[in-house]
Write a protein that binds this ligand. Sequence first.
Ligand code: BES
Ligand code: ZN
Length: 631
Amino acid sequence: MKKFILPLISIAVLIQSCKNESSKEHSYDEGAKELIEVIDKHSYSNIESVRTKHLHLDLLVDFESSKLVGSVEHELEYLDDAKEVIFDIYGLSIEKIEVDGLETTDYKIGELDELLGQPLTVQLPKKSKKVKIYYSTGSDANALQWLNPQQTAGKVNPYLFTQGQAILTRTWIPCQDSPKNRITYSARIKTPENLMAVMSADNPKEINPEGVYNFKMDQKIPTYLIAMAVGDIRFKAIGEHTGVYAEVEMLDKSVDEFADVDKMIAAAVELYGPYKWGRYDILVLPPSFPFGGMENPKLTFATPTIIAGDKSLVSLIAHELAHSWSGNLVTNATWDDFWLNEGFTVYFENRIMEKVYGKDYADMLMSISYQELTHENEEILHGKHPDDTKLKLDLDGRNPDDGMTCIAYDKGALFLRTLESKVGRDKFDVFVSNYFKDYMFKTISTEEFVTYLNENLLERDSIRFNLDDWIYGQGIPNNRVEIKSTRFEAVDKKVFALYEIEEVQDLGISKGDWSTQEWIRFIRCIPEKIEPEMMQKLDEFYEFSTCGNAEIMAEWYISSIQHGYHGMEPAMENFLINVGRRKFLEPIYGQLVLTPEGVELAKSIYTKARPNYHAISYKTIDEILNWKVEK
Ligand code: BES
Ligand code: ZN
């Protein structure tokens, strides 16, 4: 059975919001009430009764103890006559709590759930407006990665960054940690003297000699988008409203790499309406950052592994930028609706890439994503949770990170592509623009989206479409659009030629002839039967192992392991020790553990590499290697 959670109410809310678009004074409360209907299984908070409107952080960044110490003050809004407010916390030491300025002991902390943390329930005497919690972070604060100087580019100063999505903000801030709730925030951050702090907010451009920084985020965002980084960070402008924050060693390279960001913003705005966040800056993190990118508002966090020197990996910036609409303006109501964030973003990302770099290039990107999708879809269908191939997920009792598969991203995008081709691009673009406008600064569940889609696109034009198959069904429906790349067809011919040639020169392709994406395609498609000797010749000729492009290197290491070629192992070891991006680590370690020799090698590398990884990454790799840590 499909899960429609109170569809009647959603429809009522929708009709309401379509009718009186201009009645702003009511929309806040209506919006708040609308949230009640969808239950977030990943938060203890009682936002249906009382919720944070604004929070203020006052934190000291203590690198000695690897702790954040200070307070958070919540300004509350009531939806009923709530007598208590429930926050999510994880591993925090709560020192003291004040309600409307008076200390209270009338609070309790529930039992620890390994996944969700603990509920912190504070009693509220008569509609108290403010709850201030004094606290410090614990040693299991998985949102935080504290880097020692050796793990940075400069090697002199320590570094700290946070990663809130999906449910980690509660490990550094006591808060109602559900994407359904939107808040504004402000912060006062005290750092060691020579360091800079930046947040998903308005940011400084210079280091403050005293190490005191004040921040404001005046637009309502979900808590998973509160973010901070502290280190020897410098700023350099790209355009008038865009720039890069990075350690000085990475600054110029990054500015060059991201030179097209203003064009990307212009393309995005032309597609789907105004950019609502003022500035758009990019923070380039140290290589242990566990993700490719994170769409923290105003300040995308990015891995340095996209700095390839030739702008060939900047679609990641298009992706994080696109989240400024899909995800940050219009947010998934729960983590079961994650595809609404990522599917729209992958679709949007590709449209930006098409506008800025042309259709041929965008087609290659789409084709890579389709190849990954078909592969992972099969894997999931034959695994423990075949229902994870549905767009609408059911992650009850599981880590929301489990939803971070190609399904949300690439099946989501393919669904939208297919819709686009069914209704025509012009109509579809109008629909998407209106969707972003109507749900701006709101959250939306899959069920509400289906209603909206039916009412505003499909029914209006009497279009029949198998929505249920796509959203509530497993796998990839047959009516998907065909994804084709002419440039890849040419690459595939060369792949087959590998069977016939003696020497790599006979392929007739030199290093500079192909783009990164064409090389990725080539490496991925190297037939199983190709001998290790040919792999070695390819490596000697094209120098994949040490080429400096992280996507190509990772792809090459995986293929080398598959083909029994060992010459790349020193380079791979170096890569695995330095790079902490989970997307690369997972398939490389995953490939290694398929043979007994591989397991040995993986374990010996992991011993050296693990201390460099973020908790998000080492938890995944611990599982792959069955790694036991003594506590
Ligand atoms: N929002 C995600 C990252 C994320 C998702 C973090 C879920 C935690 C939980 C971000 O926008 C993203 O998708 N990053 C991708 C890159 C993208 C180009 C597909 C990544 O990090 O690989
Ligand atoms: Zn994303």
